[in-house]
Ligand binder design. Structure first.
Ligand SMILES: CC(C)(COP(=O)(O)OP(=O)(O)OC[C@H]1O[C@@H](n2cnc3c(N)ncnc32)[C@H](O)[C@@H]1OP(=O)(O)O)[C@@H](O)C(=O)NCCC(=O)NCCS
Length: 172
């Protein structure tokens, strides 16, 4: 199975929509991707697809967010959403999307990534509860599902505050 991880192209949009619908078994995340693509937080280099024999079977999106406290605002990234089509799950395709995405994010100069997701999945890539740094969300979620990762050494050193998501997330 030769899986290629590459940047999303305009012609992938409907396949990306379908992969998100398939993986999440609802339209919300697929619609979120479409909305984020039109938003200021969208970074074309950080919308990646997994392709198998010319078919899109996975997708990951990182968008720009801010971590804000009363004194300062720090740019960071949100990893959301990510999806691998149901029949291709548990074959490390998601892991490759995350790892390559993190490498590309670092290469673009980003210093950290925030994720709200499965506490059994993201720690394997180095994510830790964001509370470790004093980074919070306004969503009422258990501590271990709201996680952060330093892309570079001390990438979150001295950074604390509340994560401000693009408004497109409010509709999900
Ligand atoms: C989460 C997802 C992207 C992972 O993709 P994948 O290609 O199956 O991932 P990998 O093969 O790299 O890793 C599989 C691991 O993910 C775990 N995993 C998958 N879904 C999970 C979930 N809902 N909660 C916790 N762990 C999950 C599997 O148990 C497996 O764990 P193991 O390696 O310890 O056995 C994919 O399962 C998916 O699209 N799920 C539905 C949509 C979703 O929940 N997206 C994430 C939103 S934060």
């Amino acid at each position: 199975m030769e899986i290629k991880i590459r940047n999303e192209k305009p012609s992938d949009r409907s396949a990306v929509f379908d992969v998100n619908c398939n993986a999440f078994e609802q339209h919300d995340e697929a619609e979120l991707v479409d909305a984020l693509r039109k938003s200021r937080s969208f970074i074309p280099e950080l919308s990646l697809v997994a392709e198998l024999n010319g078919k899109v079977i996975g997708h990951i999106l990182f968008t720009e967010i801010n971590i804000r406290n009363k004194d300062r605002t720090f740019p960071s990234l949100s990893l959301a959403p990510m999806a691998v089509a149901n029949e291709y799950q548990n074959r490390k395709i998601g892991s490759r999307l995350v790892k390559i995405g993190l490498q590309k994010a670092e290469a673009l100069g980003y210093k950290s990534v925030i994720v709200l997701g499965h506490p059994g999945y993201y720690p394997r890539f180095g994510f830790k509860p964001a509370s470790h740094w004093g980074i919070k969300t306004t969503c009422e979620v258990p501590d271990n599902v709201f996680m952060a990762l330093e892309l570079v050494r001390n990438g979150l050193s001295g950074i604390h505050g509340i994560v401000e998501y693009p408004e497109e997330f409010n509709s999900v």
